[in-house]
Design a protein around this ligand. Structure first.
Ligand code: FRU
Length: 499
């Protein structure tokens, strides 16, 4: 019996998203490109597939699509759990933790102290270092290096700042229950000086976690650099539960100032739609960016899950996939600044087998299309007609499936997973979720990545993204276009099936 059910659940194992072999994972941690390899560390329970025993798991990749699981990198012990954090390459050995010949990688992580520790009840920031390229780690003997005697001070993201005020390490972390990002600076990663705080602002429907801060040129103009502050919150997302938001503004080496704050202080539920969300779906959380990516590219990855039901998703022996890696850039769109996200895919991935259709004029109803599979990329362009809603149904069987729809009158993109397959493992899972969406030049463009247990949607060239888990019967691979209450033209539809 066990063998059969674990076989069935293995059918949800993603083909081109990372998931661990047989354990639990949550947040991406310590993302860095070093010596030709991308390192993805993550919150990991080495002993089970629900949250607990928090340690840093580890995977490596050279193409950001295929990952190799490595041994646990930093393990919990009797005095601490290893919560989220980041890694820097201490090229000039400012920390003194490297040997004479080896600049160290230094991990800055949150120690969630347990009863055995004199810091019991606190969360504080600690160091570990590696001189073998990130495979084995030693904890610093004088941890923690930054202790505020707070129970909710966590998730340090450290980067090297160079600007008019000099060159130093900057840490962004959170006081999670105060909806506040706190900034510190250091010359040696061991002693930290407080700089400033940001928040509460915009989304504050839940604790703030896993912040990040990075510069990007607006519309590719290197003379117009803006700073982006991202912060995840749980719950309080636009469609419920966990989600990430971002602010665009300036960082002067001390303080971040936002140009995109809609509400100061506590969140206004009526204005949730005006806040800037990294992803409008239910399953993109704790997203942070890689350090040291060549050519100034900013690459992010998120945990494809939601704390509302993450411990119950019906996969085994593993639990918790990561999203695709996304390259983010800042673009002006209808006179507003937006973070555009494109999956890192083209240069690396298997070209697959492609089928294309053009000029499909559709009446009201469901129109099956040949070629649906459980692992594919779907690119669709729609020119609206009289239909009040149109779109695609994926992973279908008859009328059941996951509907990805556009409602032009309401200006919304929707994902309906109420009949997507197994939805009753948790009462919060079944949902119809939506995001604001406007056409470009009169048409709607969707790029959809379907991978066994997930659908990741990049709309209008990544201006809006929606990421959702689904658990259909593995046999259900029906694909259809649909229109409700009128007509629509699918001016092109391309299906790429991946082997
Ligand atoms: C976010 C989070 C972090 C914390 C980690 C613990 O999902 O709650 O704030 O460091 O997970 O696993």
């Amino acid at each position: 019996m066990t063998a059969v059910s674990s076989l069935v659940n293995e059918a949800f194992r993603p083909a081109f998203h990372y998931a661990s072999k047989d354990t639990w994972l949550n947040d991406p941690n310590g993302l860095i490109f070093h010596d030709g390899t991308y390192h993805l560390y993550y919150q990991n329970n080495p002993f089970g597939n629900v949250w607990g025993n928090m340690s840093w798991g580890h995977a490596t990749s050279t193409d950001l699509v295929t990952w190799t699981e490595q041994p646990v990198a930093i393990a919990c012990d009797e005095s601490e759990d290893i919560f989220s954090g980041s890694i820097v390459w201490d090229e000039y050995n400012t920390s003194g933790l490297g040997g004479p010949l080896a600049a160290p990688l230094v991990a800055i992580y949150t120690s969630a102290f347990k009863e055995d520790s004199p810091h019991y009840g606190h969360q504080a920031q600690s160091l570990a270092w590696s001189t073998d390229g990130g495979y084995t780690w030693t904890k610093y003997h004088a941890n923690p290096v930054l202790e505020r005697e707070s129970a909710n001070f966590r998730d340090p993201k450290v980067f090297r700042y160079s600007g008019p005020r000099g060159s130093y390490w900057v840490m962004v972390a959170v006081e999670a229950h105060d909806y506040t990002v706190v900034l510190y600076r250091s010359d040696d990663l061991k002693t930290w000086e407080y700089l400033s705080s940001f928040g509460p602002a915009n989304g504050t429907g839940g604790v703030w976690e896993c912040p990040d801060l990075f510069p990007l040129p607006l519309d590719g103009n290197e003379d117009n650099i803006k700073w982006v502050l991202t912060v995840n919150l749980n719950p309080g997302g636009p469609n419920g539960g966990s989600a990430g938001q971002y602010f665009v503004g300036d960082f002067d080496g001390v303080r971040f100032s936002s140009e995109t704050t809609v509400t100061e202080g506590l969140q206004d539920p009526a204005r949730l739609s005006e806040y800037l969300w990294l992803d409008w779906g239910r399953d993109y959380y704790a997203a942070v960016s890689f350090n040291n990516v060549p050519d100034g590219r900013r690459l992010m990855i998120g945990w494809m899950n939601n704390w509302q039901y993450s411990n119950d998703i019906p996969t085994s022996p593993w639990r918790g996939p990561m999203s695709l890696v996304r390259e983010v850039s800042l673009v002006s769109f209808n006179a507003q600044i937006r973070l555009r996200q494109r999956p890192v895919w083209e240069a690396n991935a298997d070209p697959g087998r492609t089928v294309s259709y053009t000029g499909l004029d559709l009446d009201a109803g469901l129109h099956p299309v040949e070629g649906g599979t459980a692992v594919q990329v779907i690119e669709a362009t729609f020119v609206p007609g009289s239909a009040e809603e149109f779109g695609l149904m994926i992973r279908g069987n008859g009328d059941d499936g996951t509907r990805i729809g556009i409602r032009p009158g309401e200006g919304r993109l929707t994902v309906d997973r109420t009949t997507s397959g197994n939805t009753d493992f948790h009462e919060d899972f079944s949902s119809i979720d939506s995001a604001p969406l406007q056409p470009t030049g009169g048409s709607y463009d969707l790029r959809i990545f379907v991978d066994h247990c997930s659908v990741e949607i990049f709309a209008q060239d990544g201006q809006v993204t929606m990421t959702e888990l689904i658990f259909p019967d593995p046999e259900n691979v029906g694909l259809a276009l649909y229109a409700s209450g009128g007509t629509v033209k699918a001016s092109s539809l391309t299906l790429t099936t991946l082997d």
